[in-house]
Write a protein that binds this ligand. Sequence first.
Ligand code: ATP
Length: 133
Amino acid sequence: MKTIKVNIVTPDGPVNASEADMVIASTETGEIGILPGHIAMVAPLQIGALRLKKDNTTTNIAIHGGFIEVRPDVVTVLAQHAELASDIDLARAERAAKRAEQELQAKTDKLDAQLVQLDLKRAINRINVHKMK
Ligand code: ATP
């Protein structure tokens, strides 16, 4: 069976380099499934999960914004932050979510509120991806 190469890179360095049978990504216009031989494209990514399916296992990765570049034989994800589910510190993400919720309730000014909303989204994404099977 054909596979597709996947490279995930952040400003801190590579997070994962592997081969997948299928890649599922959360783009800003919705979830897409990418198989080997997919047409070339570039799309912005949401804060969400990247799922790499290989044989009967799925590797889940929390992706915090960025871009996906697809070519027929390779997928490259450039993200500000990305963590493999197994590397996510659940307690830290839960603390971050709680802190953000408290800050939002404290009614900070509009600009801060937007940043705190993003903190909350990242924390919830980490919690969700950590729990994915
Ligand atoms: P916190 O408030 O918990 O410190 P943060 O919102 O400041 O989180 P980010 O700015 O999104 O965190 O990320 C900073 C760095 O910390 C990145 O390298 C990211 O991968 C890592 N990181 C953040 N939260 C977690 C987590 N729960 N588990 C593993 N790595 C994390």
